[in-house]
Design a binder for this molecule. Structure first.
Ligand code: HEM
Length: 263
């Protein structure tokens, strides 16, 4: 019953935004980049799990396993992910946000941010392959199109993007967006890296992966070999999901993912 409910939820296209982001980093990341639109699914899963096994499965585990299953449902590898995380008794939003790179940051800063959470360069390049699915809102793209087109973008692709994002100042509430990977938008695969090598990466941070020699070699290897990408992506997801968890007597299993339990 739980499995069926959860699978139904994961099959929603929107759940893909949960792909791969580890626990608190995932929450802050998506909020910073454009908003965590679908936390409601985590609530639904939590309610279903609580009704069958009260106070047993933490929100942290639900989020990690949601990411794991989203990867598999989108064509990625099965990832052997550990369970047994506990939920925090405190909120560290501000601390986490200090560690989350912005899409306009330079690549050295992005690399150092990932290294500070034990994700090496190869794993970082693999994780960014999560952008093989999903979309980017025009608000995050227009600075590369107006007033002049970013010279690192393929010119005909830039014209295509200008048709998707026709004004330099899109309404932040509008749903104007472009797909990361128009070729295989619902498959987690290495097309992302092929597009980057053709100068068709939407965000500046993607394109920068091809300008730094320490990341370019991995981009090329992942573009050339989907199995290599899938193996690396699975390894990177494990690194991210095992970063500094609360276990054993630490923390608690929250009853409601939005709040610590009443004392
Ligand atoms: C340097 C690190 C990262 C930056 C700067 C970044 C930035 C962004 C931005 C700006 C968007 C577009 C949001 C929008 O306009 O709607 C986005 C979407 C997305 N990101 Fe990242 N991201 C990073 C790392 C990651 C990682 C590590 C993962 C997962 C492993 C990930 C998964 C996704 C997914 C799946 C989407 C698509 C969401 C959707 O379609 O609604 N990102 N990211």
């Amino acid at each position: 019953m739980i499995k069926e409910t959860v699978l139904k939820l994961y099959k929603s296209t929107e759940i893909q935004q949960f792909l791969g982001l580890g626990i608190s980093f995932m929450i802050a990341w998506l909020r910073m980049s454009f908003g965590m639109r679908n936390f409601k699914y985590i609530d639904t899963i939590k309610k279903t799990v609580e009704s069958e096994c009260p106070s047993t499965v933490s929100c942290a585990d639900i989020i990690a396993l949601s990411a794991r299953d989203a990867v598999e449902l989108l064509g990625g590898s099965h990832i052997e992910m550990k369970m047994g995380r506990k939920d925090s008794l405190l909120s560290y939003t501000a601390t986490v946000e200090d560690f989350i790179p912005n899409h306009n940051d330079n690549i050295s800063l992005v690399i150092s941010r990932f290294q500070s959470i034990a994700v090496d360069i190869e794993a970082m390049v693999a994780l960014l392959g999560a952008h093989s699915v999903g979309r980017v809102h025009c608000l995050n793209i227009v600075h590369r199109l107006y007033p002049t087109i970013d010279p690192t973008l393929d010119p005909s692709y830039a014209e295509f993007l200008k048709r998707r994002c026709p004004t330099p100042d899109p309404d932040s509430n509008s749903v104007e967006y472009a797909r990361n990977d128009p070729e295989t938008p619902m498959v987690l695969d290495n097309m992302y890296y092929k597009l980057l090598l053709s100068h068709k990466g939407l965000l500046l941070v993607y394109q920068q992966l091809t300008s730094d020699p320490s990341t370019l070699s991995y981009v090329k290897s992942m573009a050339a070999n989907n199995s290599y990408f899938q193996d690396l992506f699975a390894r990177a997801m494990i690194l991210l999901s095992e970063n500094n968890p609360l276990t054993g007597d630490q923390g608690e299993v929250r009853k409601d993912c939005w709040y610590v339990n009443a004392r």
